[in-house]
Design a binder for this molecule. Structure first.
Ligand code: UT7
Length: 327
């Protein structure tokens, strides 16, 4: 009898403040119409000073634990997928572990940009298939607004802050995670990058002068790569499970651009109702976008028993991946 990993609780948390496209019209040379038509974004949540990455992550975790009926002290492992940690050390996962009082849990951060949550799910799945009694918290949490150049219209309209979390455990039942596939291509890393604030460029003055603390993106190139990679990893997942497009009940993709989601849906032959979209409310929240979407779908009652869900993501690195599951 094989062991499957199941999600037994979901949670998400957004900052208090909303910034609309209209608000951005006053900051850079852009329009609400351009942002909506080119990206699908209407607004995004932006963290205030006290809303750190670990704060958002902890709030989302509490909601997921609450739904799962799992006490923090019963968690075995906490994985936080993020590229915008509070600080290099300690990790966000350790800050969350302390806040929750998850005394016996191991904790580490995982950096795979916008694909980070699916990388985290995949790692957790391996642990649980070894020991089905384990309880693992996987969080995707980002404060991208603090790595955004608010004078660069080509990027500042895209990103938002937020966190989403899931609690995982094992079951002998025929449901849960069915497959995961992870990919990367470091040769294209320059197309989407934050150059500074690592150890390669230790001079802070140089970083600030060159604006290397901010996200830089060759949008059009990234767009093309994203569509291609997402389509290929989706077909890979379908093939691994003996599915056709018709077998997918719900596609939850990383929310980077509504045009990417629509193109992907078309190429997989999915009807519009099968494509989960919430980018209009949150913008691109990187590693947080899929767990936020999962929580939203779950709390709306969309995730009914037996539903075939395909999760796909693509991001800087490049990284991309998929997780297929039966709810
Ligand atoms: O999350 C990780 C993965 N990320 C992605 O997958 C993002 C992928 N890329 C995209 O979503 C899109 O490329 C963007 C939304 C970033 C840009 O859309 P685009 O249709 O590719 O626009 P573009 O970069 O080709 O720019 C078209 C025009 C340019 O003007 P010209 O040169 O045609 O005169 C830009 O300067 O739009 C201009 N532009 C803007 N205009 C108004 C760029 N940003 C803005 C803006 N407002 N905010």
């Amino acid at each position: 009898m094989s062991i499957h990993t199941i999600i037994i609780g979901t949670g998400s948390h957004l900052p208090d403040s909303v910034v609309t496209n209209k608000d951005l019209e006053g900051r850079v040379n852009t329009t609400d119409e351009w942002i909506r038509s080119r990206t699908g974004i209407h607004q995004r949540y932006i963290a205030n000073d006290h809303e750190t990455n670990s704060y958002l992550a902890t709030q989302s975790a509490r909601k997921a634990l609450d739904m799962a009926g799992v006490r923090p002290q019963d968690l075995d492992l906490i994985i936080v997928s993020t590229m915008t940690p509070d600080m290099p050390m300690p990790s966000v996962a350790c800050l969350v572990q302390n806040e929750l009082g998850a005394k016996k849990a191991g904790a580490f951060d995982l950096q795979a940009t916008c694909s980070g949550f699916l990388y985290g799910l995949s790692v957790a799945d391996k642990f649980i298939r070894d020991n089905r009694r384990m309880k693992i918290l996987v969080i995707g949490s980002e404060v991208l607004s603090r790595r955004t150049n608010w004078e660069d219209r080509s990027t500042c309209v895209l990103f938002g802050d937020g966190a989403g979390a899931v609690v995982l455990t094992g079951t002998k039942e025929d449901r849960g995670i069915l497959s995961s596939h992870l990919h990367a291509d470091g040769s294209l890393g320059d197309l989407l990058t934050i150059r500074g604030l690592g150890t390669a460029h230790p001079e802070l003055s140089e970083i600030l002068e060159k604006g290397w603390q901010y996200i830089e993106m060759q949008g059009r190139e990234v767009f093309k790569c994203a569509v291609k990679a997402l389509e290929s990893v989706a077909w890979e997942a379908l093939e691994a499970n003996g599915w056709t497009g018709d077998d997918v009940d719900l596609l939850i993709s990383h929310q980077a651009n509504i045009r990417i989601l629509n193109l992907l849906g078309e190429r997989l032959g999915l009807s519009k109702e099968k494509i989960f979209i919430n980018i209009h409310k949150y913008g691109n929240t990187s590693a947080a976008s899929i767990p936020i979407a999962l929580d939203e779908a779950n709390r709306k009652g969309i995730l009914v028993s037996g539903l075939h869900i395909l999760l796909v993501a693509f991001g800087g690195g490049f990284t991309w991946g998929s997780v297929a599951m039966r709810w």
